[in-house]
Design a protein around this ligand. Structure first.
Ligand code: NAD
Length: 480
């Protein structure tokens, strides 16, 4: 078991006050331990961050920020292999996916390092002797609270633009994947030029450290990614100190499959992102297939063939095609939905137990596909966050849009068709922050992500993601 320290106020803090163990979901063994910090540590970190902003040039020196971030990216690039291994041990995902997740942060950080130097406001001539300058300034002390499913992507997605914009940033990683998160932060704090106190990593539980962050009057903004219920509580509690809150929450994303689509590509893409990638534990997972009635039977047969024999096993085993469910709670929740599906719906394929594993210790679940359920069933309406797909059919594009929008969520959607008019109609009609046409789950540093409806408020990544971490100030020069 590897022991980690937390980092705050320019110092590493060990676990003398208690620690949380991190369990490998593929074996049930403890693989990491991180300090369980307390609200007292949050307060010390906030004070150090405020002092760092007041005393250093961090907020005003974009070149310094870009330089530090470029060093950070290079250091991650040199350590992808070891970081990915730790990510797989803590999260259960396949090693190949973990390497992609870590490696991609190099590109995200480099993009944001460039943006640091491109951050700009605007000016207006408001009269013969009047000029209004609208400057973009950092928010101040920002907290980034992140989940365990793509823990490094979702940490860096917010940490990088928050730093680029000139903020001090305190990160509260998910407890389940805090060891690898600390390793990523270590690579940042050892960069030349980073002022002490500008970053911190506050490990500990959501109920203690997370809640103390939300309530602390010295924190100016919270960028939260996680469960909808947690996000709603954060928005409520942050209101008492009028903090800015950006929320990236859950999803129940539709995958609209028209009869004219390239079926090979559509089915393999769907299988990849609802089953193989992170076992469907992705906020944007295409968990609801909406298929044109005329091809429903044929598509269900293809899906059944595609999931037959998928090998579920440890992420470090090169033979595994699907890894482990990250937490025991999540494992039990998914099994509960599969049981519900067997009672309330028709099983299309899958839904069996994974053979030859110790189910008391290892969180392995095979894919399950259901159809013929009531559209109001929790199977269709609630985020399962696992390898469970529901299939509904539509007879017209209007009906497809209606079904796509018929949940409280609006995070993402996929549309598969060769017909441009249908692609246009469907993508404009679906209420979601991202709509992929003839592809799925393509994320770029340049393009924004975020939710409609209960999937969130605010936008991350891209230019809007950078601006999310700023506030504007109008300075008015009047010499009349
Ligand atoms: P979670 O809400 O349980 O935890 C997320 C983070 O919040 C963790 O760091 C946790 O410790 C912290 N937290 C918990 N209670 C808190 C509190 N009272 N105050 C402050 N912080 C608190 O979510 P999870 O189970 O880690 O992640 C899964 C959820 O995240 C799913 O709903 C998924 O859809 C969502 N998600 C959304 C996106 C997106 O970009 N929209 C991406 C990935 C995951």
């Amino acid at each position: 078991m590897k022991k980690y320290a937390a980092y705050l106020a320019g110092e590493w803090v060990d676990a003398s006050g208690g620690c949380n163990a991190i369990i490998d979901p593929a074996s049930g063994e403890a693989v990491s331990a991180v300090p369980a910090l307390t609200p007292r540590h949050v307060d010390a970190a906030v004070r150090a961050a405020q002092q760092a902003l007041a005393r250093s040039g961090w907020a005003s020196d974009a070149r310094l920020r870009a330089d530090v971030m470029l060093q950070w990216a290079e250091r991650i690039e040199k350590n992808v292999g070891a970081l990915a291994r730790r990510l797989t041990l803590e999260n259960g995902k396949l090693l190949g996916e973990a390497k992609f997740e870590i490696g991609n942060q190099v590109n995200v950080i480099r993009f944001n390092a460039g943006l640091a130097r491109a951050l700009s406001g605007h000016s207006h001539s408001l009269g013969a002797k009047v000029m209004g300058v609208v400057a973009r300034e950092p928010m101040g002390v920002v907290a980034v609270i992140s989940p365990w499913n793509w823990p490094i992507s979702l940490l860096v997605r917010d940490l990088a633009p928050a730093l680029a914009a000139g903020n001090a940033v305190l990160s509260k990683p998910a407890s389940q994947t805090a060891g690898v998160s600390v390793e990523i932060l270590r690579l940042l704090v050892e960069c030349d030029g980073l002022p002490e106190g500008v970053v911190g990593m506050l490990t500990g539980s959501g109920g203690s450290v997370g809640q103390a962050i939300v309530e602390h009057p010295g924190i100016d903004m919270i960028a939260f990614t996680g469960d909808g219920a947690t996000g709603k509580g954060i928005a409520r509690d942050a209101a008492s100190t009028v903090k800015k809150v950006a929320l990236e929450l859950g999803g129940k994303s539709p995958f609209v499959l028209c009869a004219d689509a390239d079926m090979d590509k559509a089915v393999s893409t769907l299988v990849r992102f609802i089953f193989l990638t992170t076992c469907g534990q992705i906020c944007t997972a295409p968990s609801r297939l909406l298929v044109e009635s005329s091809v429903k039977k044929a598509v269900c047969e293809r899906l059944a063939r595609a999931i037959e024999g998928i090998k579920v096993g440890p992420g470090l085993d090169p033979a595994s095609q699907m890894g482990a469910i990250t937490t025991r709670d999540q494992y039990e929740k998914i099994l509960g939905f599969i049981e519900l599906g067997k009672k309330e719906a028709a099983l299309v394929a899958g839904g069996g137990a994974v053979a030859d594993v110790d189910h008391d210790k290892c969180n392995f679940i095979a894919p399950a596909i259901f159809t013929d359920m009531d559209p109001r069933s929790p199977l269709v309406q609630e985020e399962i966050f696992g390898p469970v797909l529901t299939v509904q059919s539509f007879a017209s594009d209007e009906e497809a849009v209606h079904l796509a929008n018929d949940t409280p969520f609006g995070l993402a959607a996929g549309v598969f068709t060769q017909n441009l008019d249908r692609a246009w109609f469907l993508s404009r009609g679906i209420k979601a922050g991202t709509v992929w046409i003839n592809n799925y789950n393509r994320f770029y540093a340049e393009t924004e992500v975020g939710g409609y409806k209960e999937s969130g408020v605010g936008r991350m990544a891209g230019f809007d993601g950078l601006h999310e971490f700023t506030q504007t100030k109008h300075i008015n020069f009047d010499s009349t």
